[in-house]
Design a protein around this ligand. Structure first.
Ligand SMILES: [Zn+2]
Length: 162
């Protein structure tokens, strides 16, 4: 028997109010119900976080999220809907089995999110050698440079996983 609470829900070893399930995903009510209709969409397989999802799982999870989001909207008529997904303790992940919260929202519902934007100055940033070719470009701002670092990492990852 798994120690993982979500694996045990998937295996029907502990009860949960399941709303939807298919081959790869399961959606069930969050027992905490921050607002009415608050539910979780989780992978059926034990994958700890976003980094571990394969392409099929990733697609299936968002398809399920969109599907149950429409059901939440129809059933509970929230003014808005937040999707929250955490990876790692600093991001507030508490159950280490991939899931996302679909949280119906209303004006003044007490949900808080601190968003400490740094608004970095548009200055040049010194970066590792692999984006050195871009350093020749004048007036490249911080955000554009970070974008380049990410695109480079994405290409490296895709090459490594071909
Ligand atoms: Zn699990």
């Amino acid at each position: 028997m798994s120690n993982c609470v979500f694996c045990r829900i998937v295996a029907k070893e502990i009860p949960a109010a399941v709303v939807y399930e298919d081959e790869r995903t399961i959606a069930f009510m969050d027992a905490g119900q921050v607002n009415p209709g608050h539910l979780l969409v989780a992978a059926k397989a034990h994958v700890e976080n976003l980094y571990e999802l394969d392409h099929d799982q990733a697609g299936a999870l968002l398809r399920t999220a969109a599907r149950v989001a429409r059901a939440i909207r129809a059933a509970f008529r929230p003014q808005g809907l937040s999707v929250y997904q955490a990876n790692g303790k600093p991001a507030w992940q508490t159950v280490f089995h991939y899931h996302m919260h679909l949280l119906p929202r209303h004006e003044g519902d007490g949900m808080m999110l601190s968003w400490p934007a740094k608004n970095p100055p548009r200055t040049q940033l010194s970066l590792p050698g692999r984006v050195a070719e871009s350093a020749a470009e004048p007036r490249l701002d911080l955000v554009a440079r970070r974008r380049m670092v990410l695109r480079s990492a994405l290409r490296d990852f895709d090459r490594a996983h071909q």
